[in-house]
Ligand binder design. Structure first.
Ligand SMILES: Nc1ncnc2c1ncn2[C@@H]1O[C@H](COP(=O)(O)OP(=O)(O)OP(=O)(O)O)[C@@H](O)[C@H]1O
Ligand SMILES: [Mg+2]
Length: 462
């Protein structure tokens, strides 16, 4: 927020009424909104109620003096600018106060121009500080470990491990199901590391055609092969001074595995068609949803490379194993997509939330994000309703605990009973999908019409 959008605010604190009214007049003239207090205690109270961008405060006052009041105010808001007003005899105290966080001090009697100038500077600096703070927050929210939202103890541990691991140079192997946040973890490792100001380069090993992989990684010299019209820097060079994130490492060809191993060991490589060795300073982070250990046993992934990569292993957890995160993440995505789409939404209807919490989320957080995005777009009321959710979540009029007899949270009942519940719901859903047309429903379920009629009767479905 800049001074141009909302008027800046000032708090004037002095036990001398004449000084209070003079400063109020001067600052109001500068388009500031001014409040006043006659002692430190009232000042802290006033500040607590409506923060001020700049505080002009006498040091010697009854009740609570200016230094104590400043301390309390800075505890409430560390970035507020406090300008102390002091008698000549108290300069030493004022100097100390500046070391303790005061913006500056003026000596009484002061010049009004001096006050104007100081206040303007204080406002500029506090606006800049606020901008920097919000930018930093945005960056680390988006990319830092803090951006990994979770209420789950094991995921919280993971977050702490990331912070520790980030500081080291170790190669990191991230393993987890699709959509569980592996890329988020990789970014958090990079942005939490001393390399954060360097590049974060991502390569999806599964998306590059086999023939181009080598040049993609190591670059090529002009004329190295047909089509290589110019020299090209590979990903390893681009990531110099930063981190290289090799996503889906399990898809890497055996040939490239050898080359990668060599770079990791020697920190050196050549461009395709080149002879001159190139050295780069790159931290490697890899991710996969495949079981690399099993691949090593099967002989499809090199064991030596696996050992090289597996210096630090981080595991992401499937969403179904941390159900406490469903609500947290759903709220988070709701807020984000509502803002993106300019939609005003209060939240989830309790029934919709119940559906989300009961669903097993095979596609994990990504699937949840997509479901919420769709619901935000589909919603017509002030809260997300069950019918706004994608059909795959099977959130109909049926109570959720029944709609998902196999949900992990449901107690095991006799098999026969559970199978019946399940069957009944499958039939109800098929009927709904076929607009109650029994012939089509029977065809879809692969049973005879007669069998369907019997079951409808048996389950008391009308
Ligand atoms: N804990 C979390 N907090 C906030 N957002 C998350 C969290 N986990 C995942 N996401 C978001 O969910 C989406 C999927 O995460 P991400 O791409 O990191 O998964 P992935 O494990 O790399 O999946 P894949 O294996 O399919 O590549 C991203 O948009 C990511 O920002
Ligand atoms: Mg990914």
């Amino acid at each position: 927020m800049t001074a141009a959008e909302t008027p800046a605010t000032a708090l004037v604190v002095d036990d001398d009424e004449a000084i209070r009214s003079m400063l109020t007049a001067v600052l109001s003239n500068e388009s500031l909104t001014v409040t006043t207090a006659a002692n430190g205690q009232d000042a802290v109270e006033a500040f607590r109620q409506h923060h001020a961008d700049v505080v002009l405060m006498d040091i010697r006052m009854p009740k609570m003096n200016g230094l104590q009041a400043m301390k309390a105010i800075l505890e409430i808001n560390r970035s507020s600018a406090v300008i102390l007003m002091t008698a000549f005899a108290e300069i030493a105290t004022a100097v100390q106060a500046v070391k303790d966080g005061a913006f500056d001090y003026v000596i009484k009697p002061f010049d009004l121009d001096e006050i104007r100038l100081l206040v303007r500077r204080a406002l500029e600096i506090s606006a800049m500080r606020a901008d920097i703070a919000s930018l930093r927050r945005e960056l680390s929210d988006r990319y830092g470990a803090e951006g990994i939202l979770t209420a789950n103890p094991a995921m919280k541990d993971l977050r702490q491990t990331i912070a520790k691991v980030a500081r080291s140079q170790a190669t990191v192997l991230i393993h987890g199901e699709s959509g569980t946040g592996k890329e988020l973890v990789a970014a958090a490792v990079h942005y939490g590391s001393p390399r954060a100001t360097g590049p974060f380069v991502r390569v999806n090993c599964a998306a590059i055609p086999e023939g181009l992989l080598e040049s993609e990684f190591f670059g090529h010299e002009k004329g190295a092969f047909t089509g290589a019209a110019t020299r090209r820097r590979g990903r390893f060079e681009q990531a110099d001074g930063g981190s290289l994130f090799l996503d889906e490492i399990g898809e890497m060809s055996p040939g490239l595995q050898v080359k990668l191993l060599r770079v990791l060991q020697e920190r050196e490589f050549e461009r395709v068609g080149g002879t001159e060795p190139i050295r780069t300073d790159v931290r490697v982070i890899v991710a996969t949803n495949r079981d690399l250990e099993a691949m090593v046993r099967e002989g499809t992934f090199r064991q030596d490379l696996y050992f090289r990569l597996n210096v630090v292993a981080l595991k992401t957890i499937p969403l179904r194993d941390r159900r406490e995160d469903i609500r947290l993440l759903a709220d988070h995505f709701l807020e984000r997509f509502a803002a993106d789409n300019g939609v005003k939404l209060r939240g989830f209807d309790p029934a919709a939330l119940e559906c989300l919490e009961a669903y097993p989320w095979p596609g994990n957080v990504r699937e949840l994000a997509n479901a919420v995005e769709r619901a935000v777009v589909m919603s017509t009321t002030s809260a997300i309703q069950p019918e706004d959710l994608p059909e795959s979540i099977a959130c109909g009029s049926t109570p959720v605990f029944e709609a998902h007899p196999l949900g992990a949270d449901n107690p095991i009942r006799p098999l026969r009973e559970m199978v019946r519940t399940f069957e009944s719901h499958v039939i109800q859903r098929a009927l709904a999908e076929n607009d109650d047309n029994r012939a089509r429903t029977a065809a879809q379920l692969g049973i005879s019409r007669r069998a369907l009629l019997y079951k409808l009767h048996d389950y008391d479905i009308s």
